[in-house]
Design a protein around this ligand. Structure first.
Ligand SMILES: NC(=O)C1=CN([C@@H]2O[C@H](COP(=O)(O)OP(=O)(O)OC[C@H]3O[C@@H](n4cnc5c(N)ncnc54)[C@H](OP(=O)(O)O)[C@@H]3O)[C@@H](O)[C@H]2O)C=CC1
Ligand SMILES: O=C(CO)COP(=O)(O)O
Length: 334
């Protein structure tokens, strides 16, 4: 096999948390050679040897075709990189890796918006790596399900539609089905926004407001997501698909979701600091940026605003619930 055809078949996964490890398994099941890169050398040696990511995905065996390393140079052996660290670290990680990357397709897997700059992930990547092909992967997919080989379907977006189809084919396996689109903005808005809105759904559950309230909230949260996406150029059909409705339904209705669980604890009275419980709840970091962007284009997002206020400590749960219930009645289409 030539070096170039070897690169084409090799995928590097950057970030050895739960989703990175799951995606490494999924890509290996798709027949790819996989390098899983972690920043922690001790952790990398441990996982390579035991074939178990005991910290993030205990008890789920790592596929034989996954090689684990902490050597940044090894990332350059792959033609495609899946970037799977938290959204707020993407700029830093790309800065660290860019000297090692050439002719690389970059698939962004974090679901969030960068705080401070209010930047979407694809814009962060385009700034950090202007000559790379940038794609976004998002959709309903809990790491434990995917790592175990349970079936799901997600969306891969790239502005170049042919490249989106090629990358979807490269990563899709028997149980991990990737649909493709050229609507990058729509897909990344679905993934980032649903995390914030899932916190609201968790709050409703934790506060004991009932199943009816939760269903009503999810429907109105989806209306917010559609309005926001329209204002930022995402297509309605994308938001109605896997990365919008599909992922909102999953995340806003399952205690397996860290964002839902975070909201649930807030609803039961925990402080934002305690509610996270040491786990990543991306929506808590994205909420303020989402609201900044919504205000900048006059998009009404009362549910996302309520989450941002509770997370930042500006309001308490009962205060935002009362505020939402006191909103004036209006036509449903608005
Ligand atoms: N888990 C899931 O089911 C899914 C997650 N996602 C998204 O994937 C992204 C990652 O989530 P997930 O894997 O679950 O998170 P985890 O908390 O499970 O893991 C995060 C990983 O990122 C690493 N990391 C953190 N900061 C840095 C950094 N500065 N440089 C290098 N590595 C870093 C951590 O390393 P260390 O251990 O050394 O801190 C860890 O390996 C999130 O945006 C999430 O929304 C998307 C779909 C499903
Ligand atoms: O994005 C996810 C499922 O698609 C994972 O959600 P949580 O980060 O809330 O666990």
């Amino acid at each position: 096999m030539s070096v170039e055809s070897g690169r084409a078949n090799r995928i590097a996964v950057v970030g050895g948390g739960s989703w990175g490890t799951a995606l490494a398994n999924a890509a290996a099941c798709a027949g790819r050679e996989v390098t899983l890169w972690l920043r922690d050398p001790v952790g990398a040696i441990h996982i390579q040897k035991t074939r178990d990511n005991t910290r993030y995905l205990p008890g789920i065996p790592l596929h034989d075709q996954v090689q684990v390393t902490s050597d940044e140079g090894r990332v350059s052996e792959a033609g495609t990189i899946l970037l799977v660290t938290p959204a707020q670290t993407v700029r830093e990680v790309l800065g660290q890796l860019s000297p090692h990357l050439r002719d690389t397709a970059l698939v962004l897997c974090a679901k969030g918006i960068e705080r401070g700059t209010d930047s979407f992930m694809s814009d962060v990547a385009a700034e950090a790596m202007p000559s790379s092909t940038v794609a976004v992967l998002s959709g309903p997919s809990f790491a434990t399900d995917v790592a175990r080989g349970l079936p799901t379907a997600v969306t891969l977006a790239c502005a170049n539609g042919a490249e989106a189809a090629r990358l979807a084919g490269l990563i899709s396996g028997p149980a991990f089905r990737l649909y493709h689109t050229d609507d990058v903005r729509g897909v990344e808005i679905g993934g980032a926004g649903k995390n914030v809105l899932a916190i609201a759904s968790g709050i409703v559950a934790g506060r004991g407001l009932g199943e009816s309230a939760r269903a009503a909230l999810i429907a109105r949260a989806f209306a917010e997501l559609m309005r926001f996406s329209k204002a930022y150029g995402g297509r309605a059909e994308t938001l109605m698909g896997l990365s919008g409705l599909g992922d909102l339904v999953l995340t806003a209705s399952s205690t397996q979701s860290r964002n839902f669980a975070f909201g649930d604890r807030l609803g039961r009275g925990a402080t934002p600091e305690k509610a996270a419980g040491g786990k990543l709840a991306e929506g808590a970091f994205t909420a303020a940026a989402l609201i900044d962007l919504a205000r900048a284009r006059d998009v009404e997002m009362p549910i996302a605003e309520a989450v941002a206020d509770v997370v930042s400590g500006v309001s308490d749960v009962d205060g935002v619930v009362a505020r939402l219930l006191a909103r004036p009645l209006k036509a449903e289409r608005d």
